[in-house]
Design a protein around this ligand. Structure first.
Ligand code: ZN
Length: 308
């Protein structure tokens, strides 16, 4: 009886030991697995179970799908609670901003000192009888300038660069035929044409005093050394020099002021030789847009003739 009791007690102790060993093993395994999960980021040490942050589908704040990176959201305590749409969340990603429009009001079209001044038969130079540019300069000696004309400093500098480029890039020697003309010189020029052509003919060829772009010091009549063309008719339009100017003058801030077909707007017949300095930005803008005249670009009235 006592031996039987001893065997039962020993079996009972062995069962208890086995249960304890098994429980301890489970704890060790659980700790090992838990540690591994913490290391891999699956089990958060603070207690919450998280998917890896990058795999968490972000709550959508927009009705339409968005290609922008999802905003990082704090962990959601309960899957049944979804964040309310926020009115401050940005909707569709903004389209890339358009390049800023050219500022057509950056310079005056009225001030004779402005590079953008528009002078025509309805827009005489302000105080024209008394106006003379303050910064006229001679052209350097390597610029063919048979009559010794001057220009304002910026227009002259650009003209020199343009003449050098025509020679260097295309082997074309341009000629500065007529630049700044004072009010009194314009009086004589206009009278000359009136005497030979009459008023109607003169007005198609020469500006009345006070109405000439040449008085601004920012216009130059340009010819070449080989064609034999003059500042008359369409001869110069058929030269390589004119073609080069058409394609390149804007790089130096010059525009053709009296284009072919522009007479109803400009009041002048086609003058392939008459180039006006307006600065590189506006000249490039006109070249790019293909708008043929300053009047049309600035929305100014056409000036086919004098007011009275
Ligand atoms: Zn001219």
């Amino acid at each position: 009886m006592s031996r039987l009791m001893d065997r039962r007690q020993r079996r009972s102790r062995r069962r208890v030991r086995g249960v304890l060993i098994g429980a301890a093993s489970l704890v060790v395994v659980a700790l090992l697995v838990g540690g591994a999960l913490v290391v891999t980021g699956v089990l958060h040490p603070a207690g919450g179970v998280l998917a890896a942050p990058t795999a968490l589908p972000a709550p959508s704040f927009t009705a339409a799908p968005s290609s922008s990176p999802a905003p990082t959201q704090p962990p959601v305590a309960s899957a049944t609670v979804s964040p309310a749409p926020s009115p401050s969340a940005s909707p569709e990603p903004a389209a890339p901003p358009a390049p800023p429009a050219f500022d057509r009001s950056a310079n005056s079209v009225d001030d004779p000192l402005s590079p953008w001044v528009v002078v025509n038969k309805l827009r005489p130079i302000q105080d024209g009888a008394d106006y003379g540019p303050p910064d006229l300069v001679d052209l350097p000696g390597d610029i063919p300038n048979p009559n010794g004309y001057q220009l304002r400093a910026d227009a002259a500098s650009a003209l020199v660069d343009m003449f050098h480029a025509a020679a260097g890039e295309a082997g074309i020697q341009l000629v500065a035929q007529s630049g700044y003309r004072s009010y009194s010189v314009q009086v004589r020029a206009y009278d000359y044409y009136v005497n030979s052509l009459g008023v109607e003919g003169a007005d198609l060829t020469s500006a009345r005093p006070g109405f000439s772009e040449h008085q601004t010091g920012m216009a130059m009549d340009i010819l070449d050394t080989v064609s034999g063309c003059s500042t008359d008719g369409r001869c110069f339009a058929n030269t390589p020099a004119y073609t080069w100017l058409q394609q390149n003058a804007h790089r130096f801030g010059y525009v053709l002021r009296y284009p072919d077909g522009g007479t109803p707007v400009t009041g002048y017949e086609f003058e392939p030789w008459h180039w006006r300095w307006v600065g590189v930005p506006l000249a490039t803008e006109l070249h790019t847009t293909g708008i043929p005249t300053l009047e049309e670009y600035f929305g100014l009235p056409a000036a086919p003739g004098y007011a009275g």
